[in-house]
Write a protein that binds this ligand. Structure first.
Ligand SMILES: [Zn+2]
Length: 330
């Protein structure tokens, strides 16, 4: 955090309950009034160490989603003059978009390096062809991806993308989120400790959508299911091998810490659909059940699915025995 961000943090922290998620800090939203539940917060403020102080409220109907202005700071009780000066002066601040809806118009290249294709196939049993590249939004050759999008991706970001070749010399596979604003990166070198990465494809400051596979898009259909997963490979294998082909979205939150935010978003936008949570072996079910219970009016049926034979469902080389159990929300 910068000195100014630290002052914002201390001011808000001293006043009320605060929830941390990465560089975002959640508090009750004074702009919409928020909810009365003590530990339920909707306004998230970004203190990312670069004075790009943005804020966004996830309460339905509240449209606060912008960089923090002087007036916003005062409303939040932040009166420190150095902070107000920083907010007033900051010309470097990036724009903020709550939903990006394919602002970049990013295209997927059909070129796929053979070693990356075979890594993908080993984990999913899926052949890489044009349809698979589109369906799973994959990047299998960074040179051809950057070349194809050289007019839409900013030059600095192109450089960073190409630098990934040095960082992951054995190769990596990229997965693009739904809006194609963010690339999740998986190193194919299984020996490396550095396996995961992600990179924004947009210069603007964006709330990125999660990774999502859509199988049949109409969520109002009977039997529609939303699957929540941690990783992209889990999401793909659930969609391909476990879903049974029913209409579904299979979503990867990219890490357990993001899963609650992602579940909150989907439960708000897709009410009363069946939800299945793909649970890693190291997840404490009680924490998730407690969380879901707070929003139980949003859900129809909720299930766990987990693998009794290994940690998760992200690798078809490992033994897989998926078990589905209904969750009772109290
Ligand atoms: Zn609000």
């Amino acid at each position: 955090m910068t000195a100014e961000e630290n002052i914002i943090y201390n001011t808000l922290y001293s006043k009320e309950y605060m929830k941390k998620s990465g560089c975002w800090y959640g508090i009750k939203c004074p702009f919409c009034g928020d909810t009365k539940t003590p530990k339920s917060v909707h306004l998230f403020i970004r203190l990312g160490g670069d004075n790009n102080v943005a804020m966004t409220c996830y309460k339905l109907g509240c449209d606060v989603s912008r960089r923090m202005s002087v007036a916003d700071a005062l409303k939040l009780g932040v009166t420190d003059s150095s902070v107000l000066k920083m907010l007033a002066d900051n010309k470097n601040i990036k724009n903020i978009n709550r939903t990006s809806s394919r602002i970049n118009n990013i295209l997927l290249s059909e070129v796929f390096k053979p070693e990356i294709a075979s890594y993908f196939k080993s984990r999913t049993l899926i052949d890489v062809d044009k349809a698979a590249i589109e369906k799973y939004s994959m990047v299998g050759c960074i040179d051809s991806f950057v070349d194809l999008n050289k007019t839409t991706i900013h030059k600095d970001i192109q450089k960073k993308l190409l630098y990934l070749k040095n960082k992951y010399p054995k190769g990596f596979i990229g997965f693009l989120n739904r809006d194609r604003t963010l690339m999740y990166i998986r190193n194919i070198d299984e020996e490396s400790k550095d396996k995961h990465d992600k990179m924004s494809l947009s210069e603007d400051f964006i709330i990125h959508s999660p990774y999502e596979i859509r199988h049949n898009v109409d969520y109002k259909q009977k039997d529609f299911i939303i699957f929540h997963n941690e990783g992209c490979f889990d999401a793909i294998n659930i969609s391909k091998h476990i879903s049974g082909g029913v209409p579904h979205y299979s979503i990867a939150s990219l890490g357990f810490s993001h899963m609650f935010g992602v579940m909150r978003y989907y439960s708000a936008h897709y009410r009363d659909v069946t939800t299945v949570i793909n649970r890693d072996g190291d997840i404490n079910p009680t924490i998730v059940e407690k969380y879901l219970s707070r929003y139980k009016y949003r859900y129809q049926d909720v299930y766990w699915v987990y693998n009794t034979e290994s940690k998760d469902i992200g690798d078809m080389r490992l033994p897989i025995n998926p078990v589905k159990e209904k969750i009772t929300l109290l």
